[in-house]
Design a binder for this molecule. Structure first.
Ligand code: SF4
Ligand code: SF4
Length: 70
């Protein structure tokens, strides 16, 4: 048996370019994103499973799905 390593993937918001529209919050099936003080989206890294739904919905294209640092 080979042990396959799976690197967890997480959403990452380029906060400087986020317009706080909230589309990603609505798109996330796990409730992993919230809008911080009405100015930027913040991802709860513990909840995020890297599904990419938020990134698809972001009109500003400022969400990337990256391999999480372990
Ligand atoms: S990648 Fe998926 S789980 Fe993670 S924040 Fe985006 S929609 Fe939510
Ligand atoms: S969808 Fe994009 S621009 Fe809108 S709040 Fe989320 S990260 Fe920011």
């Amino acid at each position: 048996m080979t042990s396959e390593k799976r690197v967890p993937r997480k959403a990452e918001v380029s906060e400087a370019y986020c317009v706080a529209c909230g589309c990603c919050v609505k798109a996330c099936p796990l409730g992993a994103i919230s809008i911080y003080r009405g100015i930027k989206a913040v991802v709860n890294q513990d909840k995020c499973i890297g599904c990419g739904k938020c990134a698809k919905e972001c009109p500003a294209s400022v969400i990337e799905i990256r391999e999480a640092a372990v």
